[in-house]
Design a protein around this ligand. Structure first.
Ligand SMILES: NC(=O)c1ccc[n+]([C@@H]2O[C@H](COP(=O)([O-])OP(=O)(O)OC[C@H]3O[C@@H](n4cnc5c(N)ncnc54)[C@H](O)[C@@H]3O)[C@@H](O)[C@H]2O)c1
Length: 266
């Protein structure tokens, strides 16, 4: 219960409405706090962020809510400043916010394209721009970016804007890991598979069942699965790991489509 003792962490998109279940950000913020971190809960939906804070405080953890749109640079700067002002230093940033964006290339709405790039990948660069100097002052740091299996391979849906943004997260992670390693800052990326989170709550049961079967483990992933990977990457247990894209996906990226043929038809 003390793997993150003494650490100060920012988690973006750590709200999530309770009626919809637990998203990756909410689960990560709760686990960070249980492991001893002080957490700045960032979300543009302040009510849902307050619920995460209340849950953390019920468990005797420590958290502060910060309302921000991570697509706005001044908000990104302010949220980093807020963490340092409130808790004195900064050790961990989990860049978790992500929104969907659909279409084949012939169908793209380029206003939506711009919004998805801004929210899903530019936000991570903007927050990191201000977090890196703060972590350097702390002597070290861990940045955890959330990508997707759709950023590695063509996804189940036509979603070029989302896929391009999530692919961008991979190279952003690797380049930042190289640029800031000597400052003691590690930068890694989690690559979630088909999770059952609020982001996909509108999917019909048939699609959810297919998503379950698509992974070799054949089980449903949740926000908690991402949260536990984030705890490891945030903690000193991963002190020698940087520049990594860690799939948390029931083995989906290990499979080829035909290797799953018999299992998906089960
Ligand atoms: N759910 C999946 O199957 C899945 C799969 C692969 C990757 N992911 C990634 O995991 C991450 C989280 O997914 P989730 O399903 O938990 O999402 P979610 O929709 O449950 O939570 C996202 C949170 O981000 C907040 N948010 C959205 N835009 C924001 C903005 N501009 N500024 C601040 N806050 C904002 C929302 O209010 C919400 O609380 C995303 O990056 C997503 O792309 C999810």
């Amino acid at each position: 219960m003390n793997r993150l003792n003494g650490k100060v962490a920012i988690v973006t998109g750590a709200g999530t409405r309770p009626e919809d279940g637990v998203g990756t950000g909410r689960a990560s913020a709760l686990l960070f706090a249980r492991e001893g971190a002080k957490v700045l809960i960032v979300d543009r939906d302040v009510e849902s962020a307050e619920r995460t804070r209340a849950e953390i405080e019920t468990e005797a953890g420590e958290a502060t809510v910060f309302e921000a749109d991570v697509a706005i640079e001044s908000d990104c700067r302010s949220l980093v400043d807020a963490a340092v002002e409130r808790y004195g230093h900064l050790d961990v940033v989990m860049n978790n916010v992500g929104i969907g964006g659909g279409g084949k290339v012939t169908e793209i709405d380029f206003d939506e394209w711009d919004r998805v790039q801004d929210v899903d990948v530019k936000s991570m660069a903007m927050i990191s721009k201000y977090a890196v100097p703060a972590m350097e002052r702390s002597g070290s740091g861990s940045i955890i970016n959330v990508s997707s299996i759709d950023g590695v391979r063509a996804g189940a849906f036509h979603n070029i804007p989302y896929a391009v943004a999530k692919g961008g997260v991979l190279i952003l992670t690797r380049a930042m890991a190289v640029h800031h390693g000597r400052q003691g800052i590690r930068v890694n990326c989690i690559v979630p598979g088909h999770l059952d989170t609020p982001m996909v709550s509108a999917l019909p049961d048939e699609a959810r069942e297919l998503r379950r079967k698509a992974g070799p483990l054949g089980t449903v992933g949740t926000g908690w699965d991402i949260g536990w990977a984030a705890v490891f990457l945030a903690s000193d247990e991963s002190r020698w790991i940087t520049g990594v894209a860690l799939p948390v996906d029931a083995g989906t990226l290990a499979a080829t489509p035909l290797s799953m043929y018999d299992k998906i038809g089960e």
